[in-house]
Structure formats: structure tokens, C-alpha cells
Write a protein that binds this ligand. Structure first.
Ligand code: SAH
Ligand code: SF4
Ligand code: F3S
Length: 448
């Protein structure tokens, strides 16, 4: 009997979520059924991430679990671990029969067939010219919020990072395709889009005519012109991530000032507070450069929420340099912060340096930074009590069945009592309580 039902499990960043949606679209078009229950699946695909420590090990453990499911599914690995490890995965975990690189998602239907007939299949190739990016609404992770990739890959080669190897070189998507997709999403009733890329600021028009087409939009950089072009579609809420500090031009803040539908949230990963460490990380900016970007963001007409990523315990980072990170975090007062302990990624430049900050020291720095951030967050979220935020109602709260949940324009999670029929609406919520990572409030009006 032919194997037809596919389950895809997604780990890692929003790019992987977007890839899963695209893969599911291609599979369904080829006659496969998608299921969200692994035990019902004939094919199980793990869409993997390599950023964290022991990423491969976790994949092997999960493969071991899914291959033993009663239906004995065909198991495949896609995403960043697949791209990096390639055929070696077959040897390391004999349960794996399919390895699909980060740019081979569109060829999945053929690859599954090949794995069924030839026992194994692998594809680490590039996207082919003219491949489609479209995603069917049924495969989207939400009926109201859509991820729209605008640029793939990364050319930055920060010394610690595996992404340029797992995702390849930067490749921008054509402006007219992006705009057409956002227009279509608007017609389908989507209220919010997230423009995605490892570095959205690196987005470039692919042709001269495309560049000319964007000329009617103001802005000093191609990305800010694209932002304005997307804003002009009338999509209700537009968010974008991730911004790369070196290339973050203040014209982005101007665009947010001038377009109500460009949301007041910027994710700007700083990584470290010490110039020596930033140099070793090859980030291409100094602490001062970063603080200038933050100052521009703080001068915006609407308050813009600012979130960031930090790596503690980079090779040779001293206690004093870590304290520079602490002082930067205190100065910036981030609204949210993802803290990572440095972990060596094979093949990166930093891997040639000794990973010399001990695990105990990393743990201590992690906890200390977390504590500083917790205090800041408590203060910043607390300051919102009594204020009103515009929230897109996305579903019922995971914490309590009587509550609805959604995100504010500034990307904070907000919970409130309300009728499920409000899902997909935008409401004004008065904040009554601030918890550690979320806000609670009551609906005062329906906005749209
Ligand atoms: N393109 C984004 C980041 C993508 S990876 C940017 O440039 O900001 C997401 C986060 O993982 C990074 O911001 C970094 O903080 C963390 N990270 C990446 N490689 C890491 C490593 N080797 N060790 C610890 N954290 C890492
Ligand atoms: Fe990694 Fe740096 Fe590229 Fe971000 S910009 S994906 S941290 S190499
Ligand atoms: Fe992880 Fe790959 Fe994204 S390594 S963070 S899934 S680009």
C-alpha cells in the first residue's frame, strides 16, 4: 500500500515554521495528506535547528522515538541539521531514510517517493530558479497571522554562528511577489504579517526594474522602501524580524512613524556589551553604534518595543566584559531578551578558539543576566498597567480556558476574558495586571 499521510514536526526559528508551511503546501498538491498526529503518519519529517547545543543528539533521540511508532513510518530529517550533516545522518541514526536540505523543501514529494523505492534519498541542493514561494492558507500556523519570508540565507558569518552554513548565501525574494502575497493574505482575512529573514535589512531588489518600481516609496535603504510598499497594501499589522544592528538605518524608524500599520516592535540582537567581544564575534558594530540605533528607536513618535538576543560566555570573555553586557542591558531596558550560553558550532571561526568559559561560570552569568532582565521587564510591563493596547485576538489562552490571548502591536502577549467569537478581531484591551512574561487585561472596545 502506498504511504500517503505526512506529519511534520517543526523546531527552531520562524524560518523553519515558514518552510514547514511551504513543504506542506507542496506535499498536499502532490496528493499527500497532512496530519498533526505522528502516530497516524506514514511519513514523519523532523524540521530541525542547529543553533542550540546538542542539536544533532536531540534529533537522534527523536528519530529513535518516532521510528518505533506502531505504523513504522518512513522517517526524514529536514532543516538545518539535515543541511549540515547530510548523508552522515544515515550512518549516525539508521532509522533515517530521507535527508532534505534547507532549500530542497519544494522537491519533497519526489524525494519521499525516491526514499520509498530506493530505500534512501538525500537532497542538499539549492532552490531552482522560478520556484514558487506560495503557501496555502490551510497550512499556515494561524488563520490571522502569516509568515512571509522576504530573504533567505545569511552572508554575515558572525564567528559563532552556523546559519550561513545551514542556510547558504542571502537570496532576496522579488518585491512584487512579496507585495502580491501580502495583498492576497489581506483578501483572505489575515490581519498581521511577519516579514521574515535572518537579516531583513539586507533585503535587495533583484533586478533594475524592481529597483525602479520601488523608487516611488520614500526611504534611504531598499528594505525601508519595501516596508513602505508593504504598508501601502493596507495590511492591518506588519511586523518584521530579524534586524541586523549594523545595517539598521533610522529610516526604518521614520517608516514606522509614518505608517500606522508598521508595528511598534523591533528585534535587534546585540549579542554582547563589550567591544572586544563584538569584534571577536565579527558583528561589524561597536557598543556605541548599537546605542545610537537604540537612541533612534527611542526617539520614535510611538513608543517602540525593543527586544534582543545575547550570548554569554563567548571564548575569552572575562568577568569584566560580561559586566559590560550587564551594563548595556541596564542601559537599553529591553522589553524582552533571549539569553544563550555560547556553544561551539563545528566549522565556524569561533570553533578554532578554546571554549574556555567554564560551564559553571556560564551558568552563573546566565542567571545573573536573567535576574537583571527580569527586574527590567517587571518594571516595563508594570508601567503598562492602566494603559490600553491594541490586541489581535488569536485564540483561547493556554493558561486558562475562559481567557482569550493575542499579541499587541508591540508584540507582547496579552490575555483577557472574552467570547471565542472575537477570534480574528482587533480589540482595545486595558491592562490590569503584569505577570513575568505576559499581560492581563479587559476588553474596552472592538477596533476592527
Ligand atoms: N540572524 C539573527 C540570529 C539568528 S540565530 C541575528 O543575527 O541576530 C538566533 C540567536 O541564536 C542569535 O541571535 C544568537 O544569540 C544565538 N546563537 C547563534 N549561534 C550561537 C552559538 N553558537 N552559541 C550560542 N548562541 C548562539
Ligand atoms: Fe548568524 Fe550573524 Fe547571520 Fe545572524 S547575522 S544569522 S548571527 S551569521
Ligand atoms: Fe535554527 Fe536554522 Fe533557524 S539553525 S534558528 S532553524 S535558521
Amino acid at each position: 500500500m502506498e504511504r500517503r499521510r505526512v506529519y511534520i514536526e517543526t523546531h527552531g526559528c520562524q524560518m523553519n515554521v515558514a518552510d514547514t508551511e511551504r513543504a506542506a503546501t507542496r506535499l498536499r498538491a502532490a496528493g499527500y495528506e497532512l496530519t498533526d498526529r505522528p502516530e497516524e503518519a506514514d511519513v514523519v519529517l523532523l524540521n530541525t535547528c542547529s543553533v542550540r547545543e546538542k542539536a544533532e543528539q536531540k534529533v537522534y533521540t527523536r528519530v529513535g522515538e518516532v521510528r518505533r511508532l506502531a505504523r513504522r513510518p518512513l522517517v526524514g530529517v529536514m532543516g538545518c541539521v539535515a543541511q549540515l550533516e547530510g548523508e552522515a545522518l544515515f550512518e549516525r541514526a539508521p532509522g533515517i531514510r530521507l535527508v532534505v536540505g534547507t532549500r530542497a523543501t519544494d522537491r519533497l514529494p519526489v524525494l519521499i517517493e525516491r526514499a520509498q523505492t530506493a530505500r534512501r534519498a538525500v537532497d542538499l541542493g539549492d532552490r531552482q530558479e522560478g520556484e514558487r514561494w506560495d503557501v496555502s492558507p490551510v497550512e499556515r500556523h494561524s488563520p490571522y497571522v502569516a509568515f512571509v519570508p522576504i530573504i533567505e540565507g545569511c552572508n554575515k558569518f558572525c564567528s559563532y554562528c552556523i546559519v550561513p552554513f545551514s542556510r547558504g548565501r542571502e537570496r532576496s525574494r522579488a518585491a512584487r511577489e512579496i507585495i502580491a502575497e501580502v495583498e492576497r493574505l489581506g483578501e483572505l482575512g489575515y490581519r498581521e504579517v511577519h516579514m521574515l529573514g535572518q537579516n531583513v535589512n539586507s533585503w535587495r531588489p533583484r533586478t533594475e526594474s524592481e529597483r525602479a518600481g520601488l523608487e516611488s516609496f520614500a526611504g534611504a535603504t531598499p528594505f525601508s522602501r519595501l516596508l513602505r510598499a508593504v504598508a501601502a497594501t493596507g495590511m492591518r499589522r506588519i511586523k518584521f524580524t530579524t534586524s541586523f544592528p549594523r545595517d539598521f538605518h533610522p529610516d526604518i524608524v521614520t517608516a514606522i512613524d509614518e505608517h500606522e500599520n508598521l508595528c511598534n516592535w523591533v528585534h535587534l540582537p546585540v549579542q554582547a556589551g563589550s567591544d572586544r567581544i563584538l569584534r571577536l564575534m565579527r558583528r561589524g558594530y561597536t557598543r556605541r553604534d548599537y546605542m545610537e540605533r537604540v537612541a533612534a528607536i527611542r526617539r520614535a513618535r510611538r513608543p517602540i518595543a525593543l527586544t534582543s538576543d545575547i550570548i554569554i560566555g563567548f571564548p575569552t570573555e572575562t568577568r569584566a566584559e560580561f559586566e559590560e553586557t550587564l551594563s548595556l542591558v541596564r542601559e537599553c531596558e529591553f522589553d524582552g531578551l533571549y539569553i544563550f550560553k555560547y556553544s561551539e558550532r563545528p566549522g565556524t571561526r569561533a570553533a578554532s578558539m578554546a571554549d574556555d568559559v567554564s560551564p559553571e561560570e556560564k551558568r552563573e552569568r546566565f542567571l545573573q543576566l536573567e535576574e537583571v532582565q527580569r527586574e527590567i521587564q517587571r518594571r516595563r510591563l508594570g508601567a503598562l498597567v492602566g494603559q490600553e493596547l491594541e490586541v489581535l485576538v488569536e485564540g483561547t489562552s493556554a493558561k486558562s480556558a475562559e481567557h482569550l490571548t493575542g499579541h499587541s502591536t508591540c508584540n507582547r502577549v496579552v490575555n483577557f476574558a472574552g467570547d471565542g467569537r472575537l477570534c480574528g478581531r482587533i480589540v482595545r484591551v486595558r491592562i490590569t495586571e503584569a505577570k513575568e512574561h505576559s499581560l492581563w487585561g479587559e476588553v474596552v472596545a472592538e477596533v476592527a
